[in-house]
Design a protein around this ligand. Structure first.
Ligand code: 5GP
Length: 114
């Protein structure tokens, strides 16, 4: 499995300040933010796409969702609301082949997404 940018961030080879860190995942600010708050929650376990999450790993996905909600509260965007996004493969717009949950907030979001 080829190393990608998130593998390097997890290994500390590329610097990225962590807004969250625990035994299961880290969270960093997106380098190209699409909203005033744009944070990526990344698991320490390598999983390529959300479609590859196994039944044994579903707790990790739940934990990552809870982490994103906790960060949203800490960032002060929870009361107004925010968006959580999993991009999956080509049609989902996934660029980095390691699962990551986008937390976007601090502005009003549009629907449908592009
Ligand atoms: P995807 O399109 O795969 O769902 O999202 C990948 C995200 O990673 C993009 O929003 C992109 O801006 C972000 N990203 C790519 N390279 C880096 C990096 O080196 N550092 C950080 N913090 N974010 C990155």
């Amino acid at each position: 499995m080829a190393e990608n940018v998130f593998d390097k961030i997890l290994a500390g080879a590329i610097p990225a300040p962590r807004v969250w860190e625990d035994e299961q995942c880290i969270a960093i600010r997106d380098i190209n933010p699409q909203a005033p708050v744009h944070v990526l929650v990344i698991p320490r376990t390598k999983i390529e796409t959300v479609d590859d999450v196994t039944e044994q790993q579903k707790g990790l996905v739940g934990h990552m969702t809870w982490v994103a909600t906790e960060i949203a509260r800490r960032e002060g965007i929870a009361d107004e609301g925010y968006r959580l996004v999993w991009n999956c493969r080509r049609h989902g717009g996934q660029e980095v082949t390691t699962i990551h949950l986008h937390l976007l907030g601090g502005r009003s979001m549009k629907w449908p997404p592009g």
